[in-house]
Design a protein around this ligand. Structure first.
Ligand code: GMT
Length: 390
């Protein structure tokens, strides 16, 4: 039997901090490690991508500076042009775009120009591209059209698959495969040394009895940063607590303001944007994710992989990630008192917290294995190519 053909794969994603770019990068790196030729086509070097990785080439999308097209307005056209250029130069077999808007649209445009030499197209939906941006009445017809024009469509959760059918009014005959987010457990694992040791550089004095909570996000309104602060405040009212905030975004200032108003700023460490924060995660007792919606919650998965139980909103794809009462605890969106009670209950009994921590690590290793997700994407590429050849 001959070896499976080496594929030439183009990957398009947003390069900034955010789950979709991270997943895209991990998929590309894993494909390169499997011997495929991978071309990242993005506006900037995607976060966590080392361009020196063997088998990987980075192609920067540059928007020409013309007065009539503001730089942002030019992005989809510049991206389509780059996809055309890279496809012609490297003869891409497959283009895998992450985040439907405007990536699937730019891919459709590029394929229309390329004609018979066009690569197959897989579109991976990530969440706000459907729930927020794509379903906006302004963009809806184009989002729907672009998703329909893809040869394969994936979503990270059953929740997002169902939401996409409903919001975009798509026919059920269009398959949307659920490929969950995943983490590299060689990077995201429980601390090997004393769990709280890294915190010594953040807090001069940290009694063992203090609870340590952590939140990681892009600090956008959907993350409900005010609820992170309110939960922390309610926990601290019952037992001394500390909070680690990792990430950056529009609502960072709000967090600072609310924490200062509550007189809690000295109990909080703002760590800003970080690429590698497994050590900080592993030092915490619980991870807070009170989002308004979440298609999956990659940050929750990273916390679980580090042995940190998640206390989160019972919304979107989160119940598919966090098993209530086993790896974490869920409460309705906005119910900060219930979330705080969950944290207090979890931390009231150390053997209980350890049970949740061990169950979290186990679940990541059993259900969200990188190899399974990468197998699914690779099989998807081959199936769509076989479909085209047929
Ligand atoms: O969380 C964000 O706001 C960033 C966003 C993105 O598109 O980068 O994340 C979305 O995609 C992630 C990767 O698939 C998911 O884990 C996040 O749950 C999802 N965010 C939302 O649905 C709000």
């Amino acid at each position: 039997m001959s070896a499976p053909r080496r594929l030439k794969i183009g990957i398009t994603c947003f390069a900034t901090f955010g789950g979709s770019g991270i997943v895209a990068t991990e998929v590309g790196l894993a494909m390169a490690a499997r011997g495929h030729e991978v071309h990242f086509i993005a506006r900037a070097l995607p976060i966590r991508l080392d361009p020196a990785t063997p088998g990987v080439t980075f192609h920067e999308v540059v928007e020409p500076d013309h007065d009539v097209l503001q730089p942002d307005g030019a992005y989809p056209i510049a991206l389509a042009s780059k996809i055309i250029e890279v496809t012609r130069c490297y003869r891409l077999d497959v283009l895998h775009v992450h985040y439907a808007v405007p990536h699937a649209t730019a891919a459709w445009l590029a394929r229309a120009v390329l004609g018979p030499e066009a690569p197959g197209l897989m579109t991976t939906l990530h969440g706000t591209d459907i729930t927020l941006v794509g379903a906006d009445a302004t963009y809806l017809p184009i989002t729907r059209f672009s998703v329909l024009q893809s040869d394969a469509v994936t979503a990270p959760s059953a929740f997002l698959r169902e939401t996409t059918y409903q919001r975009l009014d798509l026919p059920r005959t269009l398959p949307i495969a659920v490929v969950p987010n995943f983490v590299d457990t060689a990077v995201w694992h429980p601390p090997l040394g004393p769990r709280r040791a890294p915190l010594a550089e953040l807090f001069a004095d940290l009694p063992d009895s203090d609870a340590v909570l952590v939140h990681v996000s892009n600090f956008r309104p959907v993350k409900r940063i005010a609820d992170v602060v309110a939960v922390f405040q309610a926990v601290h009212a019952q037992r001394p607590a500390r909070l680690l905030l990792i990430g950056d975004g529009p609502d960072c200032a709000l967090a600072e303001e609310l924490l200062a108003a509550a007189g809690l700023q000295d109990r909080v460490a703002f760590l800003g944007r970080q690429e590698h924060f497994a050590l900080w995660l592993g030092a915490a007792d619980a991870f807070l994710l009170p989002s308004a919606t979440e298609s999956f919650g990659l940050a929750a998965l990273e916390a679980m992989a580090c042995g940190v139980p998640v206390v989160a909103s019972d919304v979107g794809g989160l119940p598919e990630v966090v098993v209530h009462g086993e790896t974490g605890l869920l409460a309705p969106v906005g119910d900060v008192l219930a979330l705080a009670q969950h944290v207090l209950w979890l931390l009231a009994d150390e053997p209980r917290r350890l049970r949740f921590a061990a169950a979290s690590v186990r679940r990541v290793r059993e259900v969200f294995r990188a190899a399974s997700a990468v197998d699914s994407y690779e099989a998807g590429y081959r199936a769509l190519l076989a479909g085209r050849d047929a």
